[in-house]
Design a protein around this ligand. Sequence first.
Ligand code: SF4
Ligand code: SF4
Length: 371
Amino acid sequence: MIRVDFENRIRIAEASGGEPYKCFQCGTCTVNCLLGDVIPVRRNIRYVQLGVLPSNDGIWKCITCNFCRSQCPSDVDIAAIVRGIRYLNYEEKRSPEELNEILWRVYEEGNPLGSPRGERFSWLQTLTSNSNPDVVIYTCCLAAYDKRGQQVLTKLINVLQSAGVEVGVFRDGSCCGDIVYHIGDDYFYEELVNENAEKLESMKPSVVLTVSPHVYHNLKNLYPRYNAKISVPVMHHTQYLYELLNDGKLKLGRLENKVTYHDPCYLARYNGLTEEPRGLIEAVDGVEFVEMLHNKYETLCCGGGGGGIWTENMEARRATRDRLNEVTEVGTNTLVTACPYCIRMFEDEAKVTGQDIVVYDIVDLLSMAIE
Ligand code: SF4
Ligand code: SF4
């Protein structure tokens, strides 16, 4: 029998921003969860309402996509509840050992891969500005250390420079803290984000530009909650490039292709950025754009969020495969997206399943189309 623990109830509700009390236990989230049979979503929320802290595997398998929220009749921010539960489990030393290892890598080398700090940008040959640039790019760790991410970053710099933008790169930065936040180590997160914000500010940019929706979400929405203030606008690259296009500074040529677009969860669902990427794709003459069944606020997930990309989360691959199947259903093999995690997850899974799907960042597409 479960006894109501009133004190714990308040503690968990506070850690989850009061979200559990919006839930009336209809179960729609459990039915719609992209990893439904692994995560007892409704039951976890019920436990929280009763003041019992869940610590099942599902809590750590959740990819924080919040697709469940998009289907919930009460608009409960379920990912916020998951994060609250993780935070309290972490405080009680009940998180999986694998995650402590990741935290240690971020602490030691400034990235969850554990790659040497000094190699973060040693590969970057393209000339960038160090003093008062128009934009400073804050890449995610995957874009800095993964070869495919490095390609996208190099192309982004080239596309921006073709539009006359003075580009700087945040070379001194480390992990934005996304994975630290999802694991629930708030003390480390606060220290990390304040250090990052201070170093960023010292570059005096007009705009901070992110390649990853996860970095964007952290800088824009989470840093202020931990008093890490960034005094200039933070923009995702699709937003900034769309502005350049509308100002007539980004000139695009012709490219024959039929493509579809995957909205990254942290761009579309968390931050409402859905029109800018579509505007950029449709601005390329000769490109035929087709929409997948799940799109914009109701997008599916690549499986990489919430720490999914850094852990042995085989269940998350189910979400990746479901999305790839939607790509082929609309009669194209070209999937465009705007997130380094999505590119890595989709490319890996397409190799495993043998699907002939080419995955582009929007920057890949624009780089082929610049005049
Ligand atoms: S769908 Fe919303 S209201 Fe229904 S059980 Fe899930 S969180 Fe609660
Ligand atoms: S956030 Fe995604 S993985 Fe987590 S419970 Fe909701 S639908 Fe499932």
